[in-house]
Structure formats: structure tokens, C-alpha cells
Design a protein around this ligand. Structure first.
Ligand SMILES: CCCCCCCCCCCCCCCCC/C=C/C(=O)SCCNC(=O)CCNC(=O)[C@H](O)C(C)(C)COP(=O)(O)OP(=O)(O)OC[C@H]1O[C@@H](n2cnc3c(N)ncnc32)[C@H](O)[C@@H]1OP(=O)(O)O
Ligand SMILES: Cc1cc2nc3c(=O)[nH]c(=O)nc-3n(C[C@H](O)[C@H](O)[C@H](O)COP(=O)(O)OP(=O)(O)OC[C@H]3O[C@@H](n4cnc5c(N)ncnc54)[C@H](O)[C@@H]3O)c2cc1C
Length: 615
């Protein structure tokens, strides 16, 4: 059994080369996912409920910049579960579940990410050989971005335009082997490699993939929803968008992921703010904790409330996802549009808000928040990617807007689904609700504004349930968080409220006072509230946010680990004696060492033993 970090012990990831980072990520991933395999052998996890186990690992400090195996669990396996028929699931799932094959999910191309009906990769059926011919007709048709595809995966789900009998039937999913299972060499007709360094997630090994008239068996088309018969006859799906299921699933999972990252960032920033003393409130007094400044509370406390709001929302969304999927299995597609709109909205809003909150947590820590050792820059790089992947946020919000407009237009003719029932109330009150500076009044105000109510009403609903099961003291603090979250967004979105509701200037002023009063009321419980996330130091991996508050000692300990401090020599493209700065930067950029060899050495050293169950 490999130890966790046997090769680069003690050297922080920031100081590893691109190649060393990949080796580090592969080794840590096979060690981590060997635990999943052990748990499944002991019956402690199964293919239908591995979200928490794998989620815990992927969100852990061991795989802090992502994993080349992440997409195998997050999209490759769920796509087989969601889109393969029973026979195909019997063939592929056991091998995927015990990791004897490693998969990716290849949908996005160089030329298209959002507009998936415009994807260019083709899968043309040849009835004579009962095969599909996969082809990338242009450079822009190359798959670009799939996680793990660079040097790691040997299979992937490929989304391509399906042609049979000379007719195009739109995009469908295929399971395709891209590398030899023994040698890991790319198969003939496959062009494959990694796309290079990114802002973050540099351990994910995102890759590119091109096909040159590459043949696969007919039965490699995932045929749960649509089929192509041996003679090339196309049998269409009950609903053209059932093939989009993998994306809906991941959007739901991403909301959980944002809770994880936001809780970590606000724990780090709040604890640091309790330790950090800067300036005096009165001359001659001891310097005060920066957490005592209202401006610092304004920066941080809404993130504590948001972490709880998103956690409650994520759980509610997961329940809705499972309810709707059970209905889909019974052939009832009625709530699919609502689920799609909800998943789009909550993925877009929670990722955008989390990215903004994490950046605000970093800024709230001053210079020390800019240190990689604080873990805040890395966290920002991770969450900001989520605003783009799995559907770029703007585009997803447009999907939600489309659904809301359609729902509103059918208000009197159609029964409303649970998450949009508020539209009836808003319409009934003809948009002239009386304003009250209460939580309910603000939510009602937002219902009128419409776009943000889904998170607000879910959050509010759960809190009502919670009031029957928590102590009076905790109930008071939770209601303060609800108050804070509502008054914060009421003040943030004041222009909408002024436009659509009769809120008066006097009420706005008392709202502001109420907001600051709530900040003051929450101050004594701020550290306790982030402690309640119960995130161990190993999870935070932060010099600023450790439980013991030894911030400065940890900053110095981490600084001394830099190899640049270990020896007088500078190892820097910017500081080289000969001044050839630009030439060296270009030389470095062109290296991309992982592409220097068709099979990276880590395959034989770690990946192959792992896939053969020998680790
Ligand atoms: C259990 C395992 C879990 C383990 C892990 C646990 C957690 C660990 C943490 C990990 C967290 C997650 C990490 C995630 C890593 C992800 C890596 C990234 C992967 C990717 O990015 S994959 C590629 C993603 N790409 C996209 O999302 C593309 C975005 N574009 C689209 O989706 C579509 O183009 C579109 C929706 C924007 C438009 O589609 P289209 O043009 O076909 O449709 P129209 O706009 O014309 O609308 C037509 C009608 O179709 C409905 N519709 C559209 N989409 C859907 C859908 N998905 N479902 C249902 N219905 C849909 C529209 O609503 C329209 O309906 P109407 O009634 O006609 O209005
Ligand atoms: C870290 C990371 C990991 C990824 N992993 C994978 C993966 O594993 N598998 C995979 O298949 N893909 C993956 N992707 C790709 C991802 O799904 C796409 O980047 C995403 O769907 C956005 O598409 P795009 O990059 O083409 O941007 P575009 O769609 O070109 O967006 C560019 C701009 O155009 C705007 N725009 C586009 N269409 C419209 C419209 N209709 N109306 C208004 N504005 C519009 C967008 O809002 C945006 O501002 C990954 C991406 C990242 C960043």
C-alpha cells in the first residue's frame, strides 16, 4: 500500500513542477480511491450511494487541486447509470466501479461548449459492419477539456452528432475506448494529450481528443433512451433532453461542492479575524481584533449565513433530483423542465456567490490572504472554475429565465410545480405587496422581483422545520442568520425592490440599521458558527485558519519550506542572471512535459497496479 506522499514528502504542491504535480495527483488519487474500493469490498459503500464517500475524498486536502480520476466518478459512471441500457450497464459498470477501467466525459469541443446542438464530432452508422465511425472533421471538432483525458483515462463517454441512413439525429452519447488497456498507448485513429496549465485544478489532467475515422461497435452507443437498430433504423427517445441527464446531475452535485468550499474559506477568514489585532479604537488601548470592525463583519458574516443557506438548498435540491428521477423511471416527465431550471439556477447562483464570497474572504485577510499557504487563492481558483464548467453561468440563468417566463405565461392554465408556486401569490397580489421590514416581508419582496426567490423560499422553508427541533438559543442564532441573509440581499438588490415594491426611504433606512444591529448580534457567535462547520485543520490546510490560532508561527514554518529559502540560488525565469526573461518564459510554456511521451511513466508505476487491484 503506498503511503500518502512518499515521493515529495514535505514539499508543498506549489513548488512542484507540472510533471511532479501530475505524479503527486496520480499517487494520491490511487491511494485515496483504493480506500473506496476497500469500502465497497466491505459493503460500506455502493454504486448507488457513493456520493458522500467520493465527495469527501474529492473535497479533501489530499486532492486539493482536483484529481485525474475525479471525472470517472462524477460523470463517466453517472452517465452509464443514466444513459446505458441494462445490458450495457451489466457490461461496463462493474469494471468502472472497481476501476479496472478509468473513464472521462468528452462533450465540449475546441469550437463549442455551450451550444451543444452545434457540436461537430460525428458518429456515422455503417450497417454493413454494424459499427459507428467516429470522426473529427475540423480542428474545432476536437474534444477539449475532458478531465483525466490527457494521460489518465482509457475510456470515455463521447457526445457526438449521430448520423444513420444519411440523416442527422442530433447529439447522442457513446462509450469509447481511447487507450490500450495493457500498454496505455493511444489506439490507432485516436489523437490525445493534455491541454496544458490552467488557473487552477492543475491536477485534473484535462485533455484533448481527436478521431480519424475511428470505428466502434454499434452496441457502444448508450441506448437507454434512443437506439439505432442493426439495420440502421433510428428509434428516438421519449424526451429529446433525457440525454442531457448527466449535466443535470453534476449541476446538483456542484451545489454541495460550493457548500464545502465556502465553509472552508469563511472558517479560515473568521478565525484569522479573531486572531489578527490591528489598530486601536482609542489611543493608548490595546489593538483590537479586526473581527470587531463592522466593515469586517459586513465582509464575512453573510458568507456564514450563505454557507448554511446553500447547504439547506443543496439538500432540498438533491431530494427534488431523486424525486424527479424516480418519476422519470415510471415514464412521468412532468417535472423534468422544473428540475432542469432549478439545477441551472442553483448551480449558477451558488457558484457565482461562492466565488465572490471566497474572494471577499481572501481580501478580508489582508496580505496574509494572498499567501498560497492560506489556502484562499487555491480555493478561489477551484470555485471560479465552477462558474464556467457544467454550463456557463449566464447561459444557465437564461435557461431558468426561459422556464420562469413560460411558467408565468401559463399561470392560469397550468398547475404550478412546487418551486414556482410563489408566482401565483405574487400575481394574486398584483405586485403591490405592502412592504414590511421583516424576513417574510423581504422574501415576499423578492418574490415580486422573482429571480432570487428559489433559494430564499427553500431556505426559509427549512428554517421553519428547524425551529421545531433546535434549542431556543440556537434557534435565535439561526434566525439571526436568516435575518442577516435577507437584509443583506435586500440592501444589495435595493434597486429592484425600489422598482418593483412600495418600499419607502424610511423603511430602507431602518433596514440598514437592522442590518448593522444583526451584524453586532452575530459577532459573539461568529467563531462558534464557523467552528460548527467542524472542519479539521487537515481539511483547511491553512496557516490562517488553524484551530489553535498560531497564525504567525505557521506562516513562518510554511515560508521556510520554499526551496528558494533552502538554497541561495534563484530558480526563476524572471530573475535569471542573463536577463533572457521572455525567451525563458516561452521555453517553459512550450515544454508541457506530460505530452513529451505517449504514455506517462505514472501509468506503469501507479495507475496500472491500481486498475489491476494490485495496490
Ligand atoms: C454520485 C457521484 C458523485 C461523486 C462526487 C460528489 C461530489 C464531489 C465534488 C465534485 C463537484 C463537481 C465537480 C464537477 C466537475 C465537472 C467538470 C466539467 C464537466 C463539464 O463541463 S461537461 C460539459 C458541460 N456542458 C454544458 O453544460 C453545456 C451547456 N449547454 C447546455 O446545456 C445546452 O446547450 C443548453 C441547455 C444551454 C441549450 O440546449 P438546447 O439548445 O438543446 O435547448 P434549448 O435552449 O433550445 O431548449 C430546448 C428545450 O430543452 C430544455 N432543456 C435544455 N436542457 C435541458 C436539460 N438538461 N434537461 C431538461 N430539459 C432541458 C429547455 O428547457 C427547453 O425546454 P422548453 O420547454 O422548450 O422551453
Ligand atoms: C475547469 C474546467 C473543467 C472542464 N471539464 C470538462 C469536462 O470534463 N468535460 C467537458 O465536456 N467539458 C468540460 N469543460 C468545458 C465546459 O463545459 C465549457 O467550458 C463550458 O460549457 C462553457 O463553454 P465554452 O467554454 O465554449 O464557453 P462559451 O459558451 O463560448 O462562452 C463564452 C462566453 O459566451 C457567452 N455565451 C455563450 N452562449 C451564449 C448565449 N446563448 N447567450 C448569451 N451568452 C452566451 C457565455 O456567457 C460566455 O460569456 C470544463 C471547463 C473547465 C473550465
Amino acid at each position: 500500500m503506498l503511503s500518502k506522499r512518499e515521493v515529495f514528502d514535505g514539499v508543498p504542491e506549489e513548488y512542484l513542477s507540472h510533471k511532479e504535480r501530475y505524479e503527486n495527483a496520480i499517487r494520491n488519487s490511487v491511494v485515496a480511491f483504493s480506500l473506496v474500493r476497500k469500502m465497497q469490498e466491505e459493503g460500506k459503500t455502493s454504486i448507488n450511494n457513493y456520493r458522500d464517500v467520493v465527495g469527501g475524498l474529492l473535497g479533501s486536502s489530499v486532492l486539493r487541486d482536483g484529481s485525474p480520476l475525479g471525472l470517472h466518478y462524477i460523470m463517466f459512471m453517472p452517465a452509464i447509470l443514466n444513459q446505458a441500457n441494462e445490458e450495457q450497464q451489466e457490461k461496463w459498470l462493474p469494471r468502472a466501479w472497481n476501476c479496472s477501467i478509468i473513464g472521462s466525459y468528452a462533450q465540449t469541443e475546441l469550437g463549442h461548449g455551450t451550444f451543444i446542438r452545434g457540436l461537430e464530432t460525428t458518429a456515422t452508422y455503417d450497417a454493413a459492419t454494424k459499427q459507428f465511425v467516429l470522426h473529427s472533421p475540423t480542428l474545432t471538432a476536437y474534444k477539449w477539456w475532458p478531465g483525466g483525458l490527457g494521460q489518465t483515462a482509457n475510456y470515455c463517454i463521447v457526445v457526438a452528432q449521430l448520423y444513420t441512413k444519411g440523416q442527422c439525429h442530433g447529439i447522442h452519447s457513446f462509450i469509447i475506448q481511447v487507450r490500450d488497456e495493457e500498454t496505455h498507448m493511444p489506439l490507432p485513429g485516436i489523437k490525445i494529450g493534455e491541454i496544458g496549465a490552467k488557473l487552477g485544478l492543475n491536477a485534473v489532467n484535462n485533455g484533448f481528443l481527436g478521431f480519424d475515422n475511428y470505428r466502434i461497435p454499434r452496441t457502444n452507443m448508450l441506448m437507454k433512451h434512443a437506439q439505432v437498430l442493426e439495420d440502421g433504423t433510428y428509434v428516438k427517445s421519449r424526451h429529446s433532453k433525457l440525454n442531457y441527464g448527466a449535466m443535470v446531475f453534476v449541476r446538483v452535485v456542484i451545489v454541495f461542492d460550493m457548500v464545502n468550499y465556502l465553509s472552508k474559506a469563511v472558517t479560515i477568514a473568521t478565525r484569522f479575524s479573531a486572531v489578527r489585532r490591528q489598530c486601536q479604537l482609542k489611543a493608548g488601548e490595546t489593538e483590537c481584533q479586526i473581527l470587531d470592525y463592522v466593515t469586517q463583519q459586513h465582509k464575512l458574516f453573510v458568507s456564514i449565513a450563505a454557507a448554511h443557506a446553500f447547504r439547506i438548498t443543496a439538500n432540498k435540491l438533491w431530494l427534488t433530483f431523486n424525486e424527479v428521477n424516480e418519476q422519470l423511471v415510471e415514464g412521468n416527465l412532468q417535472r423534468l423542465p422544473e428540475l432542469h431550471a432549478l439545477a441551472c439556477c442553483l448551480k449558477a447562483v451558488t457558484t457565482a456567490d461562492t466565488a465572490a464570497c471566497v474572494e471577499r474572504c481572501r481580501l478580508a485577510c489582508g496580505g496574509h490572504g494572498y499567501m498560497m499557504s492560506s489556502s484562499l487563492p487555491l480555493t478561489y481558483g477551484l470555485v471560479t472554475a465552477a462558474c464556467t464548467y457544467e454550463g456557463e453561468n449566464t447561459v444557465l440563468l437564461l435557461q431558468t429565465a426561459r422556464f420562469l417566463v413560460k411558467t408565468y405565461q401559463q399561470l392560469d392554465s397550468k398547475a404550478l410545480t412546487p418551486t414556482v408556486a410563489y408566482l401565483k401569490t405574487a400575481a394574486a397580489e398584483r405586485f403591490c405587496v405592502g412592504w414590511s421590514n421583516t424576513t417574510e416581508g423581504i422574501i415576499r419582496g423578492f418574490q415580486v422581483v422573482a429571480m432570487r426567490v428559489i433559494i430564499m423560499s427553500t431556505f426559509n422553508e427549512e428554517v421553519q422545520e428547524m425551529s421545531r427541533t433546535v434549542s431556543p438559543q440556537l434557534k435565535e442564532v439561526l434566525h439571526q442568520l436568516v435575518d442577516l441573509y435577507c437584509t443583506y440581499w435586500a440592501l444589495e438588490k435595493l434597486s429592484d425592490l425600489l422598482l418593483y415594491t412600495p418600499i419607502s426611504q424610511k423603511e430602507v433606512e431602518s433596514l440598514r440599521l437592522r442590518y448593522e444591529e444583526t451584524l453586532t448580534n452575530l459577532r459573539p457567535n461568529a467563531v462558534g458558527l464557523v467552528d460548527a462547520f467542524d472542519l479539521r485543520d487537515e481539511m483547511l490546510q491553512s496557516t490562517l485558519g488553524s484551530y489553535d490560532g498560531r497564525v504567525y508561527e505557521r506562516l513562518m514554518e510554511e515560508a521556510m519550506k520554499s526551496p528558494l529559502n533552502a538554497e541561495p540560488m534563484l530558480q526563476s525565469t524572471l530573475g535569471s542572471y542573463d536577463g533572457r526573461v521572455y525567451e525563458r518564459l516561452m521555453e517553459e510554456a512550450m515544454k508541457s512535459p506530460l505530452n513529451a511521451e505517449p504514455v506517462n511513466y505514472t501509468f506503469h508505476k501507479y495507475l496500472k497496479p491500481f486498475m489491476q487491484g494490485k495496490l
